[in-house]
Design a binder for this molecule. Structure first.
Ligand code: HAM
Length: 409
């Protein structure tokens, strides 16, 4: 038997219901916030992710599903959605339009060759939003507010962590200070952090290794080293959150695992799903459009992990819906098919092809969660009628077949 690949999931039955519920709900909220749907390819040039997510990130370093295609191109199954949306934004010259304000939402499969565990898969789904052209920190706030609205609607509890990681003018100075602080402690850092110290020292701050955590306990804090513009934006974000009643923690070690961020960085975390508790993450990435050869455009966005949200929600039981149609006698099948064709123009019909007794049909109708069970037997055939039971209020009736067809039209 051929099995699915490790750490990849079939989304089916209850999980399919949850998936659709989350995607539909999040899409409606995103539309209310002015976002429009975008669907970019799952496969892109590998260089897109190297340049955006960054060569020093774990994603590009160790986790990419990249390969050479038949045209000898180095291509990659997308590890995240932002890069593709930015690629589209630049390629379609939206960066050249005035005003260059565009907001997109997307959902779909992402691929990371990770060490799998509960909540961490190699193929997983994200719902995300990207907003272009808005430099105001109000947009960062709006996005955080939108995510909290989605989680409230899904009845998901979360802790929100925020940070500012500075900009081109203050981040490099902070990085130098951090390297000076960490250099003497280098030997006590894990292998990965020793590499990070050279390539991307701020990533050492969010290493989960306990020895690294000990070493960074007294490290300089980025929020004490921000330039005036980053500092005032961050203070405004904090004020907006305070006024809105959205609870948050300032986590000065939150730097995010992708290299394109500047200024605001945030993560929503759930305590109810084990070690892989990050349910959404995002931030500002004002340099990425330029980095991908576009005209400098500020941007901010986020993505949430749909599988992790699926672990956190209960779907209300669906109410009974549609008709179950069955024949008591094989001769009645053609009438059943006539009725099902009519019903399916506007609503749901489940058709049983085999003739059964009434008890069997009622059991089936219940299994399909149908609202009505309608059957035709020899007697109904002779009288030109159909027997219909409402499985909600348990009422039943024998109706003229033509009247029945008219009533469902
Ligand atoms: P990210 O933090 O890498 O950000 O991923 C966002 C969310 O995707 C995570 O919070 C988590 O819920 C989910 N996720 C990530 N990896 C896995 C995995 N292996 N298995 C299951 N779920 C996972 C980004 O991807 C950025 N593109 C977000 C963004 C958009 N920033 C700005 N715009």
């Amino acid at each position: 038997m051929i099995q699915k690949l490790k750490y990849m999931n079939d989304i089916v039955d209850d999980s399919a219901t949850k998936y659709n519920y989350i995607v539909n709900l999040a899409s409606e909220v995103a539309k209310n916030y002015g976002f429009k749907y975008i669907n970019t390819p799952i496969i892109e040039m590998t260089s897109l992710f190297k340049r955006s997510v960054g060569e020093s990130s774990d994603i590009v370093n160790k986790e990419m599903y990249n390969f050479t295609d038949k045209g000898d191109r180095d291509i990659c199954m997308r590890p995240e959605g932002t890069a593709g949306v930015v690629r589209h934004f630049v390629e379609s010259k939206k960066d050249r339009q005035q005003p260059s304000k565009f907001k997109y939402f997307y959902f779909g499969k992402m691929y990371r060759y990770e060490r799998g565990q509960k909540g961490r898969y190699r193929e997983f789904n994200q719902f995300g939003c990207e907003s272009f052209g808005e430099p105001s920190v109000l947009e960062d706030f709006m996005i955080i507010e939108m995510i909290s609205t989605i989680f409230d609607k899904l009845n998901i509890k979360y802790a929100l962590e925020i940070n500012s990681i500075g900009c081109d003018s203050c981040m490099p100075v902070y990085k130098d200070n951090l390297v000076k602080f960490l250099e003497p402690k280098k030997d006590a850092l894990c292998q990965d952090c020793q590499r990070r110290l050279l390539q991307n020292p701020m990533r050492v701050l969010d290493c989960k290794n306990s020895s690294c955590q000990e070493q960074i306990a007294n490290a300089p804090k980025i929020t004490n080293n921000l330039c005036e513009s980053c500092d005032s934006d961050f203070k405004q974000l904090v004020e907006l959150l305070d006024n809105s009643g959205i609870e948050y923690n300032i986590n000065t070690n939150l730097v995010r695992g992708l290299d394109y961020y500047n200024k605001t960085a945030f993560e929503f975390v759930s305590k109810e799903i084990g070690s892989q508790g990050a349910i959404a993450g995002g931030g500002r990435y004002d340099k990425l459009v330029e980095f991908l050869d576009g005209k400098s455009t500020p941007a901010v966005g986020f993505a949430m992990g749909i599988e992790r949200l699926m672990m956190l929600i209960d779907i209300p039981k669906e109410s009974r819906d549609g008709y179950y149609l069955g024949a008591l006698d094989a001769n009645a099948l053609s009438k059943i098919l006539e009725a099902s064709k009519k019903i399916r123009i506007n609503s749901k019909a489940y058709v049983e092809y085999g003739a059964k007794n009434l008890k069997g049909h009622l059991k089936n109708a219940d299994r399909f969660n149908a609202k009505y069970c309608a059957v035709i037997g020899e007697e109904e055939l002779q009288n030109g009628t159909i027997w219909v039971k409402n499985l909600e209020d348990k009422s039943q009736d024998v109706i003229d077949f033509n009247e029945f067809i008219k009533s469902i039209g």
